[in-house]
Every structure is written in structure tokens, then in C-alpha cells.
Design a binder for this molecule. Structure first.
Ligand SMILES: Cc1cc2nc3c(=O)[nH]c(=O)nc-3n(C[C@H](O)[C@H](O)[C@H](O)COP(=O)(O)O)c2cc1C
Length: 276
């Protein structure tokens, strides 16, 4: 039996040497020791079986409560967990792209992030959107508000491809006019050829400046550059070019559930729209 504190110091040090998180390293070491916590706790289960890994992790970490630091409440400390997906979601975007026949395709996506005037998009390689991004090099990010979640959800099951296919969980039914299918209106863009979605209060016209598959070859990662932003004046701080974050309620895809933001809890020291 190891004295707990000493075990922890030794193990964390060794975990670093092995380039592992302390939890993972500890779990592996404990699992190897005859008579260790995992073995004792699960001796009655017999040979390893599906699902055992998760309970072993929980068991080991529960018996070594301080491995994430000196947190006084072990119950709130994250534990190793074999997540089915690491896809935590993000703000929802309806992405407009240009089809070969000059019409506009729209598809919901949450895998986007912005850095200055660069916006990175991640879309399944088999989607119409990915093909259009590669071939036509332009798009509009239309940001829906919470009131559009049902349209967004329905659009997730449609594709601009002529043949349907299941795209990572979404059953894609071919649809030539997605605007009409869910009752959304087109609005011409100013710097790109594909249309904007009139019901979206924030619209960002972009051009693709680079695109490559992700490491697994499942997604196209497109880097885009912002050409023009359109915002409903009702969500802009009067007399400025800033969106008022207290007035804009984005649609958030949170582990595949639709949410929006609650009330403000604080603000950054570098905000350009301070509350006071
Ligand atoms: C809320 C939501 C978010 C989505 N986010 C993504 C995403 O980030 N990347 C992706 O490849 N597919 C995402 N999808 C699935 C695509 O929208 C779906 O595969 C769609 O059929 C693609 O249409 P397209 O083939 O016309 O491009 C999302 C779907 C929903 C409903």
C-alpha cells in the first residue's frame, strides 16, 4: 500500500516524464499492480469487458483524490472519461455557398472560429458545402438567432448533393432549394455571388484563402478572409461598428442541444463596449 501523498508526488513526476496526463498515467500504473485499487475493486468482474475502462478510471481517481491539484472538493474535479465524442459544439452558422448552377446552398455548421479577419470552417468532405468551398472559393456565414433553431435542425438533414448520404450522424436528403424548404428568404450579397439569409441578423461575406483535409481525411478545413459584415442595426451599439453582446442572442449548439446565452457574468478588460 502506498502512502497517498507520497504516491501522488511520485506518480505525477513520472507521468510528466512519460509525457502523459497524471490521471492517465496513474490509471495505467494502478491497473498493472496486482492487488491495486482497480484489481481489488473489480475482481468480481472477471476478464476485461466493454465499458469496464470507464469504471476503472473513475475508481482509480476516486481513490487518489488530489491528482488535479489541491482542490478541496474531489466531487467537482474532472475525471478521466472515455468520451464518445469530443465535439462540444459552438455558435451555429448557416453557411451559404455557390452551387455549380449558380444557386445558393445553405448548410448548418458549428465548427467555425474567428481570429481577426480570418475565419476557419470545418465541413465534412462529402458535403455539398465542402465541394462548393473548394470549387467556388466563397461563402457567407449567416448567424441565426434562437428563433431559427427548428429551421436549422431541419436543414441539417438536407444536402445540396444530388445523392443523399449520411454525413456524420445527419441523414442527408437531397434538396435543390433549401431556402424554400424551410421558409427562409434570400438576400443578394455584395462581395460574393452566393446569397445571404435575410432572417439572420449577422452575415459575414468571406473568400476562401486556403483549404486542406483534416488529419483523418474526414473534414475539409477552409481558411477564409472576411470581405464584408452586415449587422441588423437593432443589435449594434448606436454610433459604433460594434455588435452589442447584450442584445445579440446567438444560437449555440451545445453537445448537440440548442441553447442560447444567459445573462452576462463579466467582461474582458479589453472589451470595446464596456458596460459602465
Ligand atoms: C446545428 C448543426 C451543426 C452542424 N455542424 C456541422 C459542422 O460543423 N460540420 C459539418 O461537417 N457538418 C455539420 N452539420 C451537418 C451538416 O449541416 C449536414 O451534413 C448537411 O447535410 C450538409 O449539407 P450539404 O451537403 O448541402 O453541404 C451540422 C448540422 C447541424 C444541424
Amino acid at each position: 500500500m502506498y502512502p497517498r501523498d507520497r504516491t501522488r508526488i511520485l506518480e505525477v513526476g513520472q507521468a510528466r516524464t512519460h509525457g502523459l496526463g497524471a490521471d492517465v498515467y496513474l490509471m495505467r500504473q494502478f491497473a498493472r499492480r496486482p492487488g491495486a485499487a482497480v484489481h481489488q475493486g473489480h475482481a468480481h468482474l472477471g476478464p476485461r469487458r466493454v465499458g469496464q475502462y470507464r469504471s476503472q478510471c473513475a475508481d482509480v481517481v476516486a481513490r487518489v483524490p488530489y491528482i488535479h491539484g489541491s482542490h478541496p472538493n474531489a466531487g467537482t474535479v474532472p475525471r478521466p472519461w472515455k468520451a464518445r465524442r469530443a465535439y462540444y459544439g459552438n455558435t451555429v452558422v448557416l453557411l451559404s455557398t455557390l452551387n455549380p448552377d449558380g444557386t445558393t446552398n445553405i448548410a448548418p455548421m458549428s465548427s467555425t472560429w474567428a481570429l481577426g479577419h480570418t475565419i476557419v470552417l470545418g465541413m465534412g468532405v462529402g458535403s455539398r458545402t465542402a465541394t462548393n468551398l473548394r470549387e467556388r472559393g466563397e461563402a457567407v456565414l449567416n448567424l441565426p438567432g434562437v428563433e431559427l433553431w427548428k429551421q436549422v435542425e431541419r436543414l441539417g438533414d438536407t444536402t445540396g448533393n444530388t445523392r443523399g448520404q449520411v454525413q456524420h450522424g445527419h441523414g442527408s436528403v437531397p434538396c435543390a432549394d433549401k431556402f424554400a424548404a424551410v421558409g427562409l428568404d434570400r438576400q443578394p450579397s455584395q462581395t460574393v455571388s452566393c446569397d445571404r439569409v435575410a432572417q439572420c441578423r449577422l452575415q459575414i461575406e468571406v473568400r476562401v484563402v486556403g483549404a486542406a483535409p483534416d488529419a483523418d481525411g474526414h473534414f475539409l478545413i477552409a481558411q477564409t478572409h472576411v470581405q464584408m459584415v452586415h449587422a441588423d442595426p437593432a443589435i449594434v451599439v448606436p454610433g459604433t461598428s460594434h455588435v452589442d453582446p447584450r442584445l445579440w442572442k446567438p444560437l449555440i449548439y451545445n453537445f448537440r442541444h440548442y441553447h442560447t446565452l444567459g445573462s452576462q457574468v463579466g467582461e474582458s478588460a479589453i472589451t470595446e463596449t464596456p458596460s459602465a
